[in-house]
Design a protein around this ligand. Sequence first.
Ligand code: HEC
Length: 217
Amino acid sequence: MRHVLSIAIILLALCGIVVGIAGFRGRMSRRPPIEVFSDMDRQPKLRPQKPDAFFPNGVSSQLPVPGTVARSQPIQTLDGPVYPFEDSPVNTGLVTGTTNFAPADPLPVTMSLLRRGQARFDIYCAPCHGRLGDGNGITKKIGDMTAVADLHDARIVDMADGEIFNTITRGKGLMGAYGPLIPVRDRWAIIAYLRTLQLSWLGSTNDLTARERAALK
Ligand code: HEC
């Protein structure tokens, strides 16, 4: 009988403790919460840019690990250094510091750039736009994509190079984004080649020298 009584008292006391703790959960209080497990709320750590005795030189921020490349530094490639994060027309297709499309290809247009552009165009653009750029690629023939832009359209001929760069990079309408697939330099190479394609359709005998015209007749 005495055992039953003491068990009952212990049980009651336990209930009291549980209700005493759990019953106050959710109540607003200015006092710190009872913390059974700290859940790593507080950890020893160094605050950035603060003096600290942990490192021999007394500051929490250490010099970058050797080999770290700052965003402003060039990355060396086979084509020479590139500045992938620089706010320049090569990377953005925009006039630096504005939201206006760059009017012209920022890369020097050389024969090797055009050859590169032709190869990339034939790989990435011709399936839809056709090797001539007239919108009659294989996807139209097999009925996969019925309305593909004709790149000889006067609107696209007059378009700033930066806007075409933007279309390649982000896509437009039904056309997907090719930025993740085509490095920036190749995008500009494609644009340079596209311009020669367009010119080849717009050219007339007036572009020839007198001698070349005579040779034609
Ligand atoms: C999968 C098919 C496909 C591929 C590949 C493709 N395009 Fe397109 N492109 C389209 C379609 C479809 C449109 C019409 C988009 C619209 O107006 O809805 C278009 C539109 C365009 C336009 C006109 C955008 C405008 O402002 O109206 C340009 C310029 C262009 N493409 C360039 C390119 C270049 C350069 C490439 C290669 C890097 C390329 N496209 C690859 C399907 C494609």
